[in-house]
Design a protein around this ligand. Structure first.
Ligand SMILES: [Zn+2]
Length: 222
């Protein structure tokens, strides 16, 4: 099961990459989906990587509403006060908050299963390291891990927690990792192939002609 999930995400990311690199292949695709009558006022390329999926972000100028991000499970709706607001910063903060919620929880659950004790979880903005484990038994994570498929997030948590048992990458260490993350080799491959996408900064731009819209008008079809 875990396998399938990670492979599906692989395929999605691969297709998104292709779209970027060879727009001619997918050129007509985008236009037909926007021709359905309820196309949002949104530029192409406003994508957010979350849980291994490249998802759409839509921006709305709503001066009478507090700024913020609402995620409906498929689309990030970003509500902005005015055109000077920063949608990328709002979504980045949303991802940080999500990481602060999810990663300590995963760490707690996996530590119980593996049977190790840690001190605390620290979230960082590490740009070269996904995660690390200190001699004080603190587990450090880059919040960007939240962009990865959940099975890969789990692998990284397991990877660090297993270091509380073995402070090396020896045979015994990988054996322990494999007990709790049997597909860890696949997950390591995913990390290797998608590190650029995960470290990439969120970049959401406002459409050039963004007329204010009421929240309820945005998606009449749903
Ligand atoms: Zn390690």
């Amino acid at each position: 099961m875990a396998d399938t999930q990670s492979v599906v995400s692989d395929v999605k990311l691969f297709l998104e990459r292709l779209k970027k690199e060879m727009p001619e292949i997918f050129g007509t695709d985008e236009k037909t989906t926007e021709g359905n009558g309820n196309a949002p006022t949104q530029t192409a390329g406003n994508k957010v990587l979350f849980n291994g999926d490249l998802l759409e972000a839509r921006t709305y100028i709503t001066p009478d509403q507090e700024e913020g991000v609402a995620f409906d499970g498929a689309v990030f709706h970003v509500y902005l006060q005015n055109k000077e607001s920063n949608p990328s910063a709002l979504v980045t903060q949303w991802l940080r908050d999500k990481a602060a919620e999810v990663l300590p929880q995963k760490t707690k659950e996996w530590a119980e299963k593996i049977g190790v004790e840690y001190n605390r979880v620290v979230l960082k903005d590490q740009r070269t390291l996904w995660a690390s484990c200190s001699s004080q038994k603190n587990i450090n994570y880059s919040y960007r891990i939240i962009k990865m498929p959940p099975v890969v997030q789990d692998y990284l948590v397991i990877h660090e927690l297993c270091h509380l048992r073995f402070m090396n990458h020896g045979q015994e260490y990988w054996q322990l990792v494999g007990e709790f993350s049997p597909d860890y080799k696949l997950h390591r491959r995913w990390l290797n192939e998608h590190k650029d996408a995960v470290f990439e900064e969120i970049n959401i731009t406002l459409p050039p002609d963004n007329t204010p819209k009421e929240k309820t008008e945005n998606n009449p079809a749903e």
